[in-house]
Design a protein around this ligand. Sequence first.
Ligand SMILES: NC(=O)c1ccc[n+]([C@@H]2O[C@H](COP(=O)([O-])OP(=O)(O)OC[C@H]3O[C@@H](n4cnc5c(N)ncnc54)[C@H](O)[C@@H]3O)[C@@H](O)[C@H]2O)c1
Length: 419
Amino acid sequence: MPKYTIAWMPGDGVGKDVMDAARIVLDAMKFDAEYIPADIGWEFWCNEGDPLPQRTVDILRKTKCALFGAITSKPNDEAQEELVPRLQGKGLVYRSPIVRLRQMFNLHTNLRPCKAYPGNPLNYRGDDVDLVVFRENTEGMYGGVEFHPLPQSVFDALCANPNMRKFGEKGLSNLALSTRIMSRQGCESICRQAFEYAKKNKRRNVTLIEKPNVLRETGGLMTRVFRQVAKDYPNIPAWEANIDAICMWLLKKPQEYDVMIAENMFGDIVSDLAAGLVGGLGYAASANLGDKYAVFEPTHGSAPKYAGQYKVNPMAMLLTCVLMFEWLGEKDAAKKLEAAVARVTTERKIGTYDVGLSNSTLEVGEEVARYATGNSLRSRSTASSPSAKRTTRVPTSKVKIKSKPAKKSASRKVVAGRR
Ligand SMILES: NC(=O)c1ccc[n+]([C@@H]2O[C@H](COP(=O)([O-])OP(=O)(O)OC[C@H]3O[C@@H](n4cnc5c(N)ncnc54)[C@H](O)[C@@H]3O)[C@@H](O)[C@H]2O)c1
């Protein structure tokens, strides 16, 4: 029986392409897992009225963790139009399945490492940037508590704050409200995990990204909790920065920063900025971590214009597999895979369009697999065939790879080390 069962959710667009590349690598490394395919994405919204069918939730509940490619999301008007006719007008509302998964499985922590691999021409500020963003993943601006139009009862309750009254003049049907609700528990959890990570991995400093001078209550709560938690880690410098200021400072001097903590939306923004410093979306991995379950996904979306072309960079997906290995306690496999990604990046013999090369998603996967296993794959792959470049798919099942089995360790960590 395989050691792990993993929910396999390619989703939409290039999610399928990068997951195929991941499978080449995982199989080559002889990762001891059974992959259970699970439906998620736009197709299931259009045909069933739910992009996250209950059968998928059931699969996730039976698996150790999930690997996820990407999904397509569209505004509600378009979502309604694309429903099959029998489902239209039934009051169905589209909600992002990944946001729902985060809430449903209490995946409270979004871990986004942003590390520059030497030689990547997309490294924007040198080869030595190494940031890790800890983003609170279930509360804050993406907590899902929104209204439009504004119900009278909500308006009345909000008038407890005198600043609300001026909005009443606009008419409740003209008001939209997205809330930023944060709990002491949520703030404490994300702060403590970040400090624990910094301590364990000997990181240089921890920075809280907030805006407490304007968002006085939510930002204030997070800041107070951060300062309290920081007292338990006296050897780790604890810095604070406003979200607007950090966007400038990260562009100017990213090397000065190390571990960063942020609320849901601020974390989303700052981690994309950080990703832009170290190779862009093609290198941006993420892990949605809960106490008992985790969903691993590259940061990028479904990139519809490249869907099915096997053109996009699979490195983000492969670094996502590194995060999964670390969470599972497969430290040796994590090290080998990250080293292989770094080596392929530095060598620049094989790479996708975004790094100025012209290989396919799968060819990059094969090259990484070759280094991760110490075996030569290229002679039997599509790498030498110009016609295969960019557009040809190699069915994963037909790629035969000799490899050494990855060593496994028994321990399992919520947040794994990177240095
Ligand atoms: N978590 C997710 O699944 C997720 C995240 C973001 C966007 N989306 C959805 O994806 C769809 C497309 O959104 P978008 O175009 O704004 O963002 P996107 O991330 O899909 O793509 C934006 C552009 O970035 C580049 N890119 C993305 N991934 C790349 C990769 N692996 N290698 C090289 N280049 C890459 C491409 O040029 C692409 O056109 C939308 O429906 C959006 O809602 C989903």
